[in-house]
Structures are given as structure tokens and as C-alpha cells.
Design a protein around this ligand. Structure first.
Ligand code: PMP
Length: 469
């Protein structure tokens, strides 16, 4: 590929890797391997492609971190961001001041969200949106005199972010290390809905029945619905392994919630803004009208940090009609940031004008179909997902679903092979996760699948050579 502005020599690249290693602590940095490997410095991005500092080109099938929906490096986005900076780079959102992009974006999100979700609180990203939901629900129940209604029900393998409340709501075992001691007493985790891993011997329907029964039993155990504030779930679990819920399970839980005054929080940080071919998956895909939707990522396609909690009329009325003197004791300096809101508005306009959701409904099923051809490989235990949110699960033994030992880091080995062929996929232990930009073409989808096939085969050969397989 042609040299790009910002391209560096091998020595200059090494200098960047060194300063990064010595001074930049990365989110989720793995301490034992990082000193040796360092980080891959990325210098340029256009559409679905990124280039490292030395000019090597990659198709980024992870879409940044599930967030690059409209593609990287768009001029319209650069223009709108620059214009907004010149016009108004910041204004306080607190108490009684606002700005034009924030007001317009709040209205737009209320229009796009299902049903009676007409109120928006802006945050800095997904974790802070989940945190805001947690606090707003507590506040709502306190305001209406239900102070004992404080338990939250989540699931193992859920991922809801990394602030204290968001990580406590999360259910990824590795994210609860002893030295952090996350998890408050009012947060509870039900079984993971991963049918491939935990559905043994059950039909999908029986598996769903079991999960729903477990939810009902948990509500009882906690003292009944008067003690339970909310259920929180991603429509499709993302970081927990692209886990599709068994048919109707989420809807059945929502119906129980609705009948028992338990709020339903749908965490659409990944699924929102087109990843499943819909603005939001809750209602359009799963038939649920939640009380709160949390979103971020695709809201601005990652151009600038922003998240939102979109919530119901009932919750707004509850918190706003409390006793005199009560106020919403929550908010960030960057809530409703004018430049982030302007970027999000433009991003939504691009998704609309270019009919990108319709495109996802076409390219998504095609991508899934092609990915399924990888099932003939001995190492591929499962291929799952929907539209542009997918993963491949690697196993040592397809019949027994036995995993490779965790220390072999098979997902990483495959992703390293893919990197060398110009494809970025995200390893999560024994998975390769993908959430490509929504503008992905069918040719690019073919490239991902054929390259991943080679990467899995090559990693497998190496495992055999090393006597691990
Ligand atoms: N919820 C879900 C479902 C997510 O996938 C993520 C991020 N991957 C978050 C919340 C947290 O978002 P952020 O990293 O923007 O704080």
C-alpha cells in the first residue's frame, strides 16, 4: 500500500512502541506478555481499513471495539466536528444550560427509541450509561417510596462496562479479581444463556424454560418483586462471547418484569445503531420494550466519546415529581458535550442517508452464511452471532467441546496468524470475535472468511508441530 502521512521508519516505530510500553497502561493490559510484545501502533484509518505506523494495511474486522459503524476517516465527520469546535467547543450541561446539538440529539434519540422512551441522559460512554441507569433506577424507586426495591439481576458472562456499578453488574468471571472486590450486595447473577456451552442435553426451548424458571426463583429468593428493582441484559451478549439468547427467553423475562413492576434495562451499547440491522434490537429483533436502553459506541461510530441512557416517561415522572428540593444528583462535565453530540447527529444522518441499516440486513446474513462454511474445520466448534456481530469458537475436540488449555491462548494464536495476513480479529480466550464496520462489502466479507480459514489452519498446524493437538 502507498505510504501515508504519519508513516514511520522501523526505528521510529520501535521508539513509539517503547514509549507506549514504558508509560501507557492499556485497558485490560495483560501484564505477563505485554512487556515482550508491546502494542501495535495504528496510524491511519479509512472505511474498514487501518494502517500501522510502518504502512502495513489491515481490514479491521473488529470495527475498533465494536464501535466503528460508518467507517473511519470520513470528511463529513471531520467537517462537522471542526465546525462545531469553531462554533462552540464546550458549554456546561449542568442544571439549566444546554447547547443546540445536545437538544437536537436528545430529540432524535427519543424518536428512534421504542415506545415511551422519551428522555435522554448523556454520558461519556457505555460504562457511564450503565452506571447512570443503575443510579436512576435506585432514585426512581426511592422517589416513589419503594426503598426496599433495590436488587438488580444480571447474568454470568454479561459485560456492562468498567465503572464500579457497571463492572459489578457484569458477570465475566475474570473481571472480578479478588483484589478489586467488585460487586455490591444488591447485584445478583443468573446462569449464562450460552446454549452451546451450557445447553447440554436440553432442547433450546427447555434451556429457555430453565433460564426463565431460574429468574423467577431468584425473584422469590430475594423476597419477591417488591425487593427487585431491575433486570439488565444485552440483547446479544458481546464480550461474554457473542451469545444469542435462546428463542423468547428475553421476551418472557421482560413479560414477567412488566407484570411485576421490575424494570428492564436493555444494554444496547454494541447492538444499537445498526449492528443487527436495526436502530435498536430490543423491540425490532426481540419484541421487548425496555424501560431503559443504554447505548454508546455506534452512537458516534467512535469518532468522539459519547453514550446515552434513554429512559421511559414513567421513570422521568417518578424522579421529577418527587418532594420539593429533590434534584437529579448525577451528571458529568461532558454530559451532552456539544462536539460529541454534533458528531453523533451527523453519524445518525449518514446511517440514514446511506441506508446503512438496509445494507446490514443484506450483507449481514451473507457474512453469517459464509462464516458458517468454517464449520468444516476440525478446530471450529461453533460459529454464532447475527448480522455484523459474530464469533468463531475454537475447540480442541469438536465432539466433546473440550477447550485448548487457557495458557495456549488459541484465540490469540489465530489472531496473530490473521494479523500477518492483514486481518484484525479480536481474540477472547478461545474465541475470535468480529464486529466489522457496517459499510462492509461482500468482497470484504469474503476476505475475512478466507483469511480466517487460513489463519485457523496455520495455527492448527503449529499446535500439532508443538505437540499440543
Ligand atoms: N455495555 C456493553 C454491552 C459493552 O459492550 C460495553 C463496552 N464494550 C460497555 C457497556 C462499556 O462501554 P464503554 O467501554 O464505552 O464504557
Amino acid at each position: 500500500s502507498a505510504a501515508h502521512k504519519g508513516q514511520l521508519s522501523a526505528d521510529e516505530t520501535q521508539a513509539i512502541i517503547d514509549m507506549d510500553r514504558d508509560h501507557h497502561l492499556h485497558p485490560y493490559q495483560i501484564f505477563d506478555v505485554f512487556p515482550e510484545e508491546g502494542a501495535l501502533p495504528i496510524a491511519k484509518g479509512v472505511g474498514s481499513f487501518i494502517w500501522d505506523t510502518e504502512g502495513n494495511k489491515y481490514l479491521d474486522a473488529v470495527g475498533g471495539l465494536w464501535c466503528n459503524n460508518i467507517g473511519l476517516g470520513r470528511d463529513e465527520m471531520a467537517d462537522v466536528i471542526a465546525e462545531q469546535v469553531r462554533e462552540l467547543s464546550y458549554a456546561s450541561p449542568f442544571v439549566d444550560m444546554t447547547n443546540v446539538p445536545a437538544a437536537k440529539l436528545a430529540k432524535k434519540l427519543a424518536d428512534l427509541a421504542p415506545g415511551h422512551l422519551n428522555h435522554v441522559f448523556f454520558t461519556c460512554g457505555g460504562s457511564t450509561a450503565v452506571d447512570s441507569a443503575y443510579r436512576t433506577v435506585q432514585m426512581y424507586n426511592n422517589c416513589r417510596g419503594k426503598k426496599d426495591k433495590k436488587h438488580f439481576i444480571s447474568r454470568k458472562d454479561a459485560y456492562h462496562g468498567t465503572t464500579y456499578a457497571a463492572m459489578s453488574l457484569g458477570g465475566k468471571a475474570g473481571d472480578h479479581p479478588d483484589f478489586f472486590d467488585f460487586k455490591s450486595d444488591d447485584i445478583h447473577h443468573l446462569s449464562s444463556p450460552n446454549y452451546y456451552r451450557y445447553g447440554k442435553g436440553l432442547s433450546e426451548q427447555e434451556f429457555a424454560d430453565k433460564l426463565v424458571a431460574e429468574f423467577e426463583a431468584k425473584v422469590e429468593e430475594l423476597g419477591g418483586a417488591d425487593k427487585v428493582a431491575a433486570f439488565i441484559a444485552e440483547p446479544i451478549m458481546g464480550a461474554g462471547g457473542v451469545v444469542l439468547p435462546p428463542a423468547n427467553y428475553l421476551k418472557r423475562i421482560w413479560e414477567i418484569c412488566k407484570a411485576n413492576d421490575i424494570l428492564y434495562i436493555s444494554d444496547e451499547v454494541v447492538t444499537g445503531f445498526g449492528r443487527l440491522g436495526q436502530w435498536f434490537a430490543s423491540e425490532s429483533v426481540f419484541g421487548i420494550v425496555p424501560d431503559i436502553i443504554t447505548c454508546a459506541k455506534g452512537l458516534s461510530s467512535g469518532y468522539l466519546p459519547i453514550g446515552a441512557m434513554i429512559f421511559s416517561d414513567a421513570i422521568f415522572e417518578g424522579i421529577s415529581q418527587a418532594d420539593q428540593g429533590y434534584y437529579y444528583a448525577h451528571g458529568y462535565t461532558y454530559s451532552g458535550h456539544p462536539v460529541s453530540c454534533a458528531a453523533a447527529l451527523k453519524n445518525i444522518e449518514i446511517l440514514e442517508n446511506e441506508k446503512i441499516l438496509e445494507h446490514v440486513r443484506d450483507v449481514g446474513p451473507y457474512f453469517m452464511e459464509q462464516l458458517n462454511t468454517l464449520r468444516d474445520l476440525d478446530m471450529v466448534g461453533d460459529v454464532r452471532g447475527s448480522h455484523l456481530m459474530v464469533c468463531v469458537e475454537l475447540v480442541k475436540n469438536k465432539e466433546t467441546k473440550e477447550n485448548f488449555p487457557e495458557e495456549l491462548d488459541i484465540g490469540k494464536q489465530v489472531s496473530n496468524e490473521a494479523d500477518a495476513m492483514g486481518l484484525i480479529v479480536r481474540p477472547i480466550v478461545n474465541l475470535n470475535v468480529m464486529s466489522p464496520p457496517l459499510v462492509l462489502t461482500k468482497e470484504e466479507a469474503d476476505f475475512i472468511v478466507s483469511t480466517l480459514r487460513k489463519a485457523i489452519i496455520d495455527a492448527g498446524e503449529k499446535m500439532k508441530e508443538q505437540g499440543h493437538w
